[in-house]
Structures are given as C-alpha cells and as structure tokens.
Write a protein that binds this ligand. Structure first.
Ligand SMILES: Cc1ncc(COP(=O)(O)O)c(C=O)c1O
Length: 434
C-alpha cells in the first residue's frame, strides 16, 4: 500500500497509521525495556534507553582499548580509528559535507556556551541576537550571557498555537542581526519549528542561525544541508547513545571560530573545538547508536513502496522517516487519551496538526498538581516528569508557575500503543478518584 504523505521541514511523512513498524523486534534491541520490575518509560526527552549494540561498544572500548588516543601502539591507534569512524557516522547522520565539521564533547549546553563565547568576541555593529521564549534555557541563557560583550537581544515569541512562526521573526531581522538561536523541536510542547524558513530569513539578513536539535534528534531526520543552518548541537544520550554531545558547524565558520586551545593544537576543526580529552567510550557508543539506526533503515519496507536503498546515509534517512511515521500514530493516541481524561494539553492539540509535532506532550489534569500526577503514575510503574522542563520562560507564557509547571510524557519509537492505553487507565483512575 502506498501511504499518503505530508511534508514537514521538507521531509515526507506518511500520514497513514503505521502498520509495518517492527516494534516487537525493535524492543528486543533495548535490554533496559525488559528488566524486572516491568517499567514503562515515557521520560525519553530527558534521555533515552540504549540498544545492546551501544552497551557492547562501550564495554568493548573499556575492556580492550581504554587508553589515550594519539599513541603509536595498537590499542591507541584503535581509539583514533574509533573516533574517526564515529565522526564519519555522525557526519552521515547529519548529512554534513565533511566529518571535520563534527566536534565531540560533554553535552549540548557546553557547545552552545563554546560557540556563544566565540561569537561574543566578534559582535561589532552586528550585535543583535534573536532568542525565543519556547526554547530550552540552555539555548537562551547562554546567549543572554553575552550582554557584557555588548549584545542586544530580541525575542522571537511563540505564537498562541504553541509554535514559532516566520511572520513573527521577520520584523526582528535587520542589518544588525548577528544570529538567531532557536530549537528544531520544543522539548516541552513537541512542536516542530520551520527552521529551514528561519534559516532563509537569517541568511537574507546576512545573519547566522544556531539550531538546538537536542529534542528533535530522536524523532526525525537531521539534515544540516536541507536545514541550511550554520551551527547545530545535539546530545547523544537523547538519540539512544551514551551521555555525550556533539556540535556541527559549517567548516568555514568553525575555521574562524575563536576557541580556547593550547598553542600546539592547530587552529583547525575539529581539534580546535575539542581541547582536552573527551569520553572516548561514549563516542564509541554514539557510533554504535547510529549503526542501530542504520539497521532500522535496512529492515522491512514501511515507507516509500519498497524501493531498495542501501547506502548508509540512505538507510539512516529511511530509518528516521519510518520513526517519524510511527510516532505520528503515537502522538495521535496520546492526544486522544489525554482528551478523554479531560487534560489540558499545551501547544499543538489538534489531530490535524499531528504532523507538526513529535510525541512529547505537556499537560495538566484539572485540580491535581503536576507532582501528584507524576507520583501516581510512578506508582503504576510509568516514568514521566513534572516541572518547568528547563523552559521557565515558556512556563510563564503558558501562565504556569515555574515551581509546579506541567506534566510531560515524552515517547520515542520503542514505545507502544498498549503502553499509552495503560497510561490512560492510570490517568482516568486518578481523575475519577483523585
Ligand atoms: C531542547 C534541549 N536543548 C538542550 C538541552 C541540554 O542538553 P545537554 O544536557 O546535552 O546539555 C536539552 C536537555 O534536555 C534539551 O532538551
């Protein structure tokens, strides 16, 4: 059957509920999903589980080559080879032009800080930075810290529908705009931003765009060439890898970036961005996470009518398309369950907008505090989260108190419709009996 499709961020997503997604097979790849006691994990926006391949790669690294890179002996050379392979894998995953555009490090926040500190040194006449009130604070406060360097800030405000819109961005741009910092998907509301449109507006104004892809990454295809962005950050632990982060930047911009490095390190990416030692075993795990995703792309045809695609980048694209299509049905099921429970869902609530979101939903139940909801759900063996979701400005926009905030359920492709129904049963019980 040829599925109907819709285009979001220039990417095709099947709009039929997904019949062929090999969910049972996928779940067997994640040992943590089968540990006793039974546990349903709906807190993936805070970090996802890892497939066995990742555990094996980290173990192999620690057992067989837990040594410093750059030596002349075999184990050290294996570390160099692992890092080079991981860099190529991430480059394939992002559709980067060259692996040297990828830098590895601790997490996304430290990379936002590294780039912002560098940009802060070169502001001059173009000293305006556009930030949003929908972003995770890691991509807001880091930029606001440049006030001392003479930066001025303009706010790209979220629309009433819970998403950012180009029409609200246009009037903020001028010959003074240095950079737009925005997310690809809201880590609280799940809305997907038209970052390609924002990049075009930025470039027309002679500015750059810095994308926070942390939340979008496990849900859809990252394509730095299609996004036409200038910088992009991501955390490996949200995309089925271990705790680590990576930065992508246009090579010519990375070459100019002022970073701290010792004098003996050449002023060339990626080395100039990776001063010191990073977590090699987790970089090995990240490489394995991409192999896992590649293996998904090789599996049974679900989108695109059975066309044979076997290059690594094509398999990765296919994997992310299949994930997107499956997750649309998870979003729909979640919206229906939350509606039935009388929940107030924040952001994109309509079923017709389901393609504009990932299955991350923030809500509140009438007259029950967010903390009481998550505690009740936890007693039923389901992990969700309450609070401000590291987006205090967004909470304010939604008229919510920062200390109590919202309840967030965030799903990924290993979650199932059955888990959503069990979650719904717990919420229904709670609304009936308090
Ligand atoms: C959208 C978004 N941006 C940035 C971050 C910070 O990422 P890291 O923990 O890798 O610094 C997070 C973490 O949850 C996030 O969800």
């Amino acid at each position: 059957m040829q599925a109907k499709s819709q285009s979001v961020l220039g990417q095709e997503i099947a709009s039929e509920p997904h019949l062929h997604f090999p969910i049972e097979n996928i779940r067997t790849c994640f040992p943590a999903l089968h540990r006793a006691p039974a546990f349903t994990f709906f807190d993936n926006a805070a970090g996802a589980q890892v497939p066995q391949l990742v555990i094996d790669a980290v173990n192999h690294h620690l057992l067989d080559c837990n040594v410093q890179r750059g030596g002349r002996y075999a184990k050290s050379q294996e570390v160099d080879a692992t890092i080079a392979r991981a860099r190529q894998s991430v480059a394939d995953f992002l559709n980067a032009r060259d692996p040297s555009e990828i830098a590895f490090g601790m997490n996304a926040t430290s990379f936002v800080r590294l780039v912002s500190l560098a940009i802060g040194q070169t502001l001059g006449q173009r000293n305006e930075i556009i930030v949003t009130d929908m972003d995770h604070e890691a991509n807001v406060a880091t930029w606001l810290a440049l006030e001392k360097e003479g930066a001025r800030f303009l706010w790209w405000k979220m629309g009433e529908d819970g998403n950012l819109h180009a029409d609200d961005l246009k009037p903020l741009l001028s010959a003074k705009t240095r950079l737009i910092a925005c997310t690809v998907a809201s880590n609280a509301l799940g809305s997907i931003v038209d970052v390609t449109g924002a990049a075009k507006l930025a470039h027309d104004a002679g500015a750059e765009i810095f994308l926070d892809c942390v939340h979008y990454a496990p849900h859809g295809q990252m394509d730095v060439q299609a996004f036409d962005c200038d910088y992009l950050v991501c955390s490996g632990y949200k995309i089925f890898g271990p705790h680590m982060g990576f930065l992508w930047g246009r090579r010519e911009l990375l070459q100019k970036l002022r970073t701290f490095r010792e004098d003996f390190i050449p002023d060339e990416p990626p080395g100039k961005i990776e001063a010191g030692t990073f977590i090699y075993e987790n970089v090995a795990g990240m490489d394995a996470a991409i192999s896992y995703l590649e293996s998904l792309g090789k599996r049974a045809d679900a989108v695109g009518g059975g066309e044979k695609r076997d290059s690594r980048p094509a398999n990765l694209v296919r994997a992310m398309q299949n994930i997107r299509a499956y997750e649309v049905s998870l979003s729909l099921d979640m919206l229906r369950v939350l509606n039935e429970c009388g929940a107030k869902v924040y952001g994109l609530t309509g079923e017709k907008n389901v393609h504009q979101r990932v299955p991350t939903l923030c809500f509140n139940l009438p007259n029950i505090s967010p903390a009481s909801v998550t505690e009740a759900v936890a007693r039923a063996g389901i992990g969700i989260r309450d609070g401000h979701m590291y987006a205090p400005r967004l909470m304010k926009r939604l008229g919510l108190r920062q200390d109590s905030g919202v309840v967030r359920a965030s799903l990924v492709h290993y979650n199932t419709p059955e888990e959503i129904q069990s979650f719904g049963n717990v919420l229904r019980d709670l609304t009936r009996h308090g």
